[in-house]
Write a protein that binds this ligand. Structure first.
Ligand code: GTB
Length: 216
């Protein structure tokens, strides 16, 4: 059954791989599933055809036969459940990896994403510096705990899992920032994720979309 996902026709990140289709592409590459991509303009994302798939008018979505999913975390979980390679066969190890998936999206991503949004949307506001510092404090709080837990391990729970895939995807938003550099083991963790062949294939595929759109 052909898998089709949606992505930005022209990603505002200019191909840096920060949009959330990247984590879905990466998961599909990890498990070796081919996929098609339907590219959407911002306008098309708000039209009924897409809203029927994604009620909030966002990317990514995932379609396979009669199944249509939205929410990148749910999509990665679905892929990990259906295919070997992202969740252990051992029930406890699997449950721990799923816990890290939730931790990535519910505990670490919110302040990381809010910081990025604040830097884009609130730079001219009188509260900008104060809000940025508060968000950076929250991020440090999360990264400090994550760094202590990871220690010198390669991955969060033994083998690479969907938990690592989502955690690295979230941390990548901080790449190049002084904050991530404060935690050398997390910087190395992110670099290990990026060095995975599946990550590179996914990254190149989304970059090719941006490059093609730029030469139109
Ligand atoms: N919780 C949902 C999920 O995980 O799937 C959130 C999906 C979401 O935020 N989608 C964004 C979107 O469609 C794209 S990824 N936005 C358009 C809209 O809401 O109208 C978020 C994103 C956007 C842009 C960048 N960037 O330019 O760097 C990075 C990430």
């Amino acid at each position: 059954m052909t898998i089709t996902i949606t992505a930005f026709e022209r990603s505002p990140d200019r191909g840096k791989g920060l949009a959330r289709d990247m984590r879905v592409r990466w998961a599909l590459e990890e498990v070796g599933e081919p996929y098609d991509v339907r590219l959407l303009s911002f306008k098309a994302m708000k039209e009924p055809a897409h809203l029927a798939l994604q009620p909030f008018g966002q990317i990514p979505t995932y379609e396979e036969g009669g199944l249509a999913l939205f929410e990148s975390g749910a999509i990665v979980f679905h892929i990990a459940e259906r295919h070997a390679g992202l969740l252990s066969a051992d029930a406890n190890a699997r449950a721990r990896a799923i816990t890290w998936m939730f931790a990535a999206l519910n505990t670490v991503e919110p302040p990381v994403f809010d910081r990025a949004l604040t830097m884009i949307l609130e730079r001219d506001k009188p509260w900008y510096e104060e809000r940025l510092h508060a968000l950076e404090d929250s991020i440090r709080n999360r990264l400090g705990a994550l760094s202590r837990r990871l220690g010198d391990a390669d991955w969060l729970e033994g083998e690479f899992s969907a938990g690592d895939l989502l955690m690295v995807s979230v941390l990548l938003r901080l790449k190049g920032s002084a904050i991530l550099d404060e935690y050398p083991n997390l910087s190395a963790y992110v670099a290990r994720g990026e060095a995975r062949p599946a990550y590179k294939r996914a990254f190149d595929a989304q970059l090719a979309v941006f490059t093609a759109a730029s030469t139109d």
